[in-house]
Write a protein that binds this ligand. Structure first.
Ligand SMILES: Cc1cc2nc3c(=O)[nH]c(=O)nc-3n(C[C@H](O)[C@H](O)[C@H](O)COP(=O)(O)OP(=O)(O)OC[C@H]3O[C@@H](n4cnc5c(N)ncnc54)[C@H](O)[C@@H]3O)c2cc1C
Length: 309
């Protein structure tokens, strides 16, 4: 089902992100994770996409395996970097032929081992160009579903490091929506005020598509360091850092702090009528399962319901 239809049907969506594992053993572990998270009845799950050739096939394989062997609706990510137009077309045709309904269209980051790559050789410079191309594919009738692919794009509540001018950045985001994106999923953030302000700025800019909030609970000190590195520019509120510091070198305590922080973020987002929460799972189930448990619900249907006794 296209995500805009899910969003039209339900007040909120709850989704999980996975990355394609590199080894057979890691695939086995990921499927154990997926089986546990399937019980939370997510609206959809998404699978990230890398710039290297072999990683790209792994995305396709993981999407296909989720599609054929689980009840979940997989949403593949697709990036502009290191791609020709005909490669992108082939990928779209392959996903369309098996009935994949949604794609997340991204600019993509160059991995360290591709740093010499000349981006002017890429068919698409920015995610907006990729969105336009997918829309062209949709209207050509090449997708078996009349509406074609639903399209998600990335948003950055704390700003994207490559565009320090925040006014211009929102214009670029609006260009992605005007090109045909159906929803925005945000980069992770730890202070909900950044998300609410971003949501308001989108409103001012005339961006009307649903905005899904990206949440990544901290699970260890190493994980915190990696977030600081990979999600460059992420702001770590002092309150969170103090809680992590209080936990000292106790890994279990740090994980509890991360889950508690993530739970409070989700509770607050639910109270502020967020349209969706996307959990960056890092291919693990524990933190997400615990957050649902602490919110007092057994699955996403209960999480999205507003019925009061
Ligand atoms: C939800 C989510 C999922 C992600 N999944 C992946 C993934 O699977 N694989 C991966 O490699 N990366 C992924 N990323 C990271 C993302 O690809 C990078 O952060 C990338 O640098 C930005 O992607 P974008 O789609 O916003 O790109 P774009 O929209 O192309 O923006 C990239 C930069 O260019 C600027 N820009 C946009 N349009 C123009 C223009 N016309 N002229 C000049 N500048 C412009 C933007 O302001 C921004 O600074 C994800 C990020 C998020 C938030």
């Amino acid at each position: 089902m296209q995500i805009q239809d899910i969003l039209a049907k339900h007040r909120m969506t709850f989704s999980f992100e996975f990355f394609p594992p590199q080894s057979l053993a890691a695939v086995g572990r990921l499927f154990a994770t997926i089986r546990r998270l399937e019980q939370l009845k997510p609206s959809f799950v998404s699978v990230t996409y890398g710039a290297g050739g072999s990683t790209r096939l792994l995305t396709h394989d993981l999407v296909m395996r989720i599609h054929t062997s689980t009840e979940l609706d997989p949403v593949p990510h697709l990036t502009c970097v290191c791609h020709t137009e005909s490669e992108i077309l082939q990928i779209l045709q392959r996903y369309a032929s098996v009935g994949i309904s949604n794609i997340v269209a991204l600019g993509g980051d160059l991995p360290r081992d591709h740093s010499a790559h000349d981006r002017t050789t890429d068919a698409f410079c920015h995610a907006a160009d990729l969105v336009r191309f997918i829309q062209k594919f949709n209207v050509s009738g090449a997708h078996p579903h009349a509406q074609g692919f639903g399209i998600g794009v990335a948003g950055f509540p704390e700003g994207h490091p490559a565009t320090p001018n925040r006014l211009v950045e929102i214009d670029y985001l609006k260009a992605k929506v005007d090109a045909g994106a159906d929803y925005i999923c945000t980069q992770l953030f730890f202070d909900n005020r950044d998300f609410y302000d971003f949501r308001d700025r989108c409103e001012v800019a005339g961006i009307r598509v649903p905005i899904i909030a990206g949440i990544m609970p901290i699970t260890s000190k190493g994980n915190l360091m990696r977030i600081a590195e990979l999600a460059a520019g992420s702001r770590f509120p002092a309150g969170l850092l103090k809680s992590v510091a209080r936990a000292g070198d106790n890994p279990e305590a740090i994980k509890r702090v991360g889950i508690q922080w993530g739970t409070e973020q989700c509770r607050d987002l639910l109270d502020h009528q967020v349209r969706g929460i996307h959990f960056y799972t890092l291919n693990q189930s524990d933190a997400t399962v615990q957050i649902y448990r602490h919110l007092g619900v057994s699955d996403s249907l209960a999480l999205g319901s507003r019925d009061i006794m």
